[in-house]
Design a protein around this ligand. Structure first.
Ligand SMILES: NCc1[nH]cc(CCC(=O)O)c1CC(=O)O
Length: 320
């Protein structure tokens, strides 16, 4: 008998609900007889609002409680921003689909009066709590003063005015999904702000053995984005990336060829190790791992050891 009802586990933030509702809509369009319900679940990341994310620590801050509900059978699938999804999954669960990417870039909203990000005055105060954004912007403009802002997209937009900042930096994807595109002052090219791993893509997670659900959702997977995000995540996994280190990667696929760019930086942006690799898109994992190894050899290993307090990343170790 065909499945009659499907439950989506989602965070209650505006962006998460938009994303879950988008998935619901696609499902209902495709399967008119299917009833789709959203189940709101509070995660650790939603509860700790006053501390910069990099200091909260722990991977999967925004997904753990939803995964637990899925394992208990209370929900069938979870919809995540790929950016927030850890690289390892609990036993019994896996990432089943990666959707086509929304705009992958970061954007800025400037204080009224400024024409361009390039024209911001010396010492301009920039709102972001992402180490990745901070490090890259500080490399470009060491005079910038970075101000931590947390909260959902609307809250962060409001902080431009409330905290009298000169600019705030956010993901284009979130702005567009929530209908705030007209508030975008400028798109930051990927050479200036290389995106977060998985930025702009959604991931659908489900129980590995739930064949019925998996058959229903497989159409969401978009092979080119899936390959690109797989390469980015392989790089992240090799670098054991948590959120204490600025790490960025972005892969594009043309025909059968993938180009992956990546970087690891020191938090102050004084050191930014960049790299690029191209190869068959069918070898996404190998490309991501190989670029990570290249970055480690060229200085990322030292940065990671310092931040993690380990000596794991030795350039001369064979398995690194
Ligand atoms: N960390 C929060 C988060 N997770 C995903 C997005 C944006 C949407 C996306 O990248 O898919 C955002 C907001 C932001 O960084 O501005």
């Amino acid at each position: 008998m065909a499945k009659k009802k499907l439950k989506i586990g989602t965070r209650a933030s505006q962006l998460a609900l938009w994303q879950a509702n988008w998935v619901r809509q696609q499902l209902e369009n495709r399967y008119p007889d299917l009833e789709v319900e959203l189940v709101k679940i509070k995660t650790q990341g939603d509860k700790i609002l006053d501390v910069p994310l990099a200091m909260v620590g722990g991977k999967g801050l925004f997904v753990k409680e939803i995964e637990e509900a899925m394992l208990r059978g209370e929900v069938d699938i979870a919809v995540h921003s790929m950016k927030d999804v850890p690289t390892v999954f609990p036993d019994g669960l896996d990432l089943r689909c990666i959707t086509a990417r929304e705009d992958v870039r970061d954007i800025c909203i400037l204080k009224p009066g400024y024409k361009s990000f390039r024209d911001l005055p010396p010492g301009a105060r920039i709102g972001t709590s992402s180490l990745r954004r901070k490090a890259q912007l500080l490399q470009l403009r060491p005079d910038f003063r970075m101000v931590d802002i947390r909260g959902n997209v609307e809250t962060r937009i409001r902080k431009l005015t409330e905290e009298d900042l000169d600019a705030v930096v956010l993901a284009a994807a979130g702005m567009k999904r929530l209908g705030f595109a007209e508030q975008i002052s400028e798109y930051l090219p990927v050479d200036i702000s290389l995106p977060a791993i998985g930025q702009g893509a959604l991931g659908l997670e489900s129980r590995i053995d739930d064949d019925e659900t998996n058959a229903l959702i497989d159409f969401f997977n978009e092979p080119a984005t899936a390959a690109a995000v797989t390469a980015e995540r392989a790089l992240l996994a090799r670098l054991e990336g948590g959120c204490q280190v600025p790490i960025a990667a972005y892969a594009t696929v043309e025909g059968q060829t993938m180009t992956l760019r990546g970087l690891v930086a020191s938090v102050d942006g004084a050191e930014v190790i960049r790299g690029e690799i191209s190869g068959p898109s069918g070898e996404a994992t190998r490309l991501g791992t190989a670029l990570a190894d290249d970055l480690i050899l060229r200085g990322a290993g030292r940065i990671l050891n310092e931040v993690y307090g380990t000596e794991t990343f030795q350039p001369d170790r064979e398995d690194v």
